[in-house]
Design a protein around this ligand. Sequence first.
Ligand code: NDP
Ligand code: 2IT
Length: 444
Amino acid sequence: MSYVDEVYGKVVAQNPAQPEFHQAVKEVLESLRPAIESNEGKYRREALLERLTTPDRLIQFRVSWVDDQGNIQVNNAYRVQFNNAIGPYKGGIRLHPSVNQSVIKFLGFEQIFKNSLTGLPIGGGKGGSDFDPKGKSDREIMAFCQSFMTELYKYIGADVDVPAGDIGVGAREIGYFYGQYKRIRGLYEGVLTGKGLSYGGSLARKEATGYGLLYLTEELMKCNGHQLAGKTVAVSGAGNVAIYAIQKAWQLGAKPVTCSDSTGWIYDPEGIDVALLREVKEVRRARLTEYAAARPSAVYTEGKGVWSIKCDVALPCATQNELLLEDAKLLVANGCTAVCEGANMPTTLEATEYLQNNGVLFCPGKAANAGGVATSALEMSQNSERLSWSFEEVDAKLKGIMVNIFHNVDAAAREYGAEGNYVVGANIAGFLKVADAMTAQGAY
Ligand code: NDP
Ligand code: 2IT
């Protein structure tokens, strides 16, 4: 049996009932075949794939916190420190009821390759909890965050593991995490990214994932003989990534016409009003029905449906497995040119294959959404030198990083005989640097 098949079998056997983790490993290992097969003996001797697919450690802990009625609530929380061959563990914290070991491990595994692709010295990690921030008061959010950090602080540090935001974690939560870390450790260090601008955050970090997604999409289209300007864009999600993807799409001359949240979706043929969307989501923390109520051109529909709208470019920016085979068929039938993932693993394996087989340019999240973590690494650099860079400086670096990622991914795909397959390109390009560092550092 080939080394790839053998290791995939072991991963499934050793991590039962973790479908998201299996899915992420399968996608990566399948694409690594050409890179592994040319060096199979060496990688086997080094147990490289076993080491790559087994986290350095997975910390699981209880978070108890007091709600506004005076009752104690209990949640499960996790931090996976997957691989630090090329730098300190780095990756966000997700607060959502769907969080479990499988979700955290798939995200941590993906993060290894994404962080490698940025070209910056950051390893792969991820954390989170099944805590649901929806409907909680500010005080309850603070109580949860303080309790979470009272355990997590033992395992993180500016040169050890640097968490950041993800679903359900934005500036407010990072502030509470940071305050509690500082209180316990007495250290003023860059232990988290996505911090507020008054205490060490980087300009353009908030915008970075969405902006980076559009910089990469523009380059991908240009290099394939298309242009982004003038195109209709369908976006899912209405959170941090989606909002700034929509904003940058407008700035680059495209027209974003959809967004969604977990209850419904908006089709706005006039184009999404970013100022209104920000007011509804960032300020009021409300549902998209409030967007529709304030915008005569917008149609709100309950449930899922963004991918049924005719578009040239589709940007899934909500969550994993939100773009299914039936959605891919609709996109193809409607003449979609490119799908770039703002979220992590939003497209199922079958949907990805269908898009690729039908000539749609497809860029996976580990390349397309790497602008967020790349700018987090720039925040770490600014914290280390105790300086802050201007918005323009960070944004220019971000754009350079995204363009560079696209070209590295494209080149790796060509080199391994899979021209235009950016899934293969991203996985191989991300893998080679990590594998080289692991080999150089010996058995561990
Ligand atoms: P936010 O919490 O800001 O927004 C998430 C959005 O997606 C919300 O509109 C939310 O709706 C919707 N959503 C979340 N879960 C579901 C679900 N199960 N079903 C339907 N809709 C859902 O998160 P982000 O924008 O930060 O993250 C979005 C995606 O991008 C995630 O996959 C994340 O891992 C990825 N990502 C984030 C980065 C970052 O810097 N923040 C960097 C790289 C990737 P509702 O509010 O109703 O739940
Ligand atoms: O998935 C991701 O890359 C993130 N949530 C951002 C991680 C980070 O450390 O900025």
